[in-house]
Design a protein around this ligand. Sequence first.
Ligand SMILES: NC(=O)c1ccc[n+]([C@@H]2O[C@H](COP(=O)([O-])OP(=O)(O)OC[C@H]3O[C@@H](n4cnc5c(N)ncnc54)[C@H](O)[C@@H]3O)[C@@H](O)[C@H]2O)c1
Length: 252
Amino acid sequence: MKELFDLTDKVAIVTGASRGLGKSMAIGLAQAGANIVVTDVLDVNDTVKEIEKLGRECIGIKVDVTQKKDVDAMVQQTVDKFGKIDILVNNAGILRMSPAEEMKEEDWDKVIAVNLKGEFLCAQAVGKQMIKQKSGRIINIASVAGQFGFPQAAAYDCSKGGVILLTKALAAEWAKYNIRVNAIAPGVFATAMTEDMLKSKEFMEMVKKNVPMGRVGQPEELVGVVVFLASEASSYVTGHVLVVDGGWTAGL
Ligand SMILES: NC(=O)c1ccc[n+]([C@@H]2O[C@H](COP(=O)([O-])OP(=O)(O)OC[C@H]3O[C@@H](n4cnc5c(N)ncnc54)[C@H](O)[C@@H]3O)[C@@H](O)[C@H]2O)c1
């Protein structure tokens, strides 16, 4: 059974892995045996150090996922160092909240650029390498906000809805190359992205009322999910959106 989830000698790139869900998933993939390429616009040294402590090889690279030249360099450096890419976790993302009627054009553009175009650019560049290898697993981080209209986040909702369709489009196109493409749709997790929301009494009351499990998720609770999708345990799963939300959307 353990072998099904084993990632020994696999090579994984995780974007946006300086902190939050990306950091937790990068460490989780390393715990399952993978060597990791940690990327972010922010400093990634902490994540790199934690992964090295686990005895895995790890490199950190500054990458802005909206910049094709950064993304191409990320792929080149990974292949130069490890000779292959088995897993991509497309995690980098941002949230800008405001009433739709007041949303600034620059916020709309930025959210779509990071969350949707960024995931496409990384999948495209890594996908080219995976097509050569005739093997790979791509895990796109979407959100439950891609499945229903989360208020005051029109650009974010659209970007994540786009990520879900990107997942399905790539899964259908690349299955013939033995590349599986799936998405994780988290509900509310405690990270820097949600810090302010979680301080709001009204928001926490909404969580208690609407999330059947009555609480937010912790970043470590995505580890089992990402390892499942990255490993042989999910060998016949592609184009799937795995919702991890304490039951929130089940009750909508
Ligand atoms: N926290 C939640 O409740 C929640 C829920 C659903 C989905 N998500 C998604 O999970 C992912 C991780 O979010 P998080 O909660 O850990 O947030 P976070 O803000 O803690 O982490 C996001 C990371 O992405 C990085 N990043 C931002 N723009 C980037 C860019 N252009 N290029 C490279 N890296 C960039 C940030 O520097 C940061 O390290 C995001 O895609 C987010 O939309 C989060």
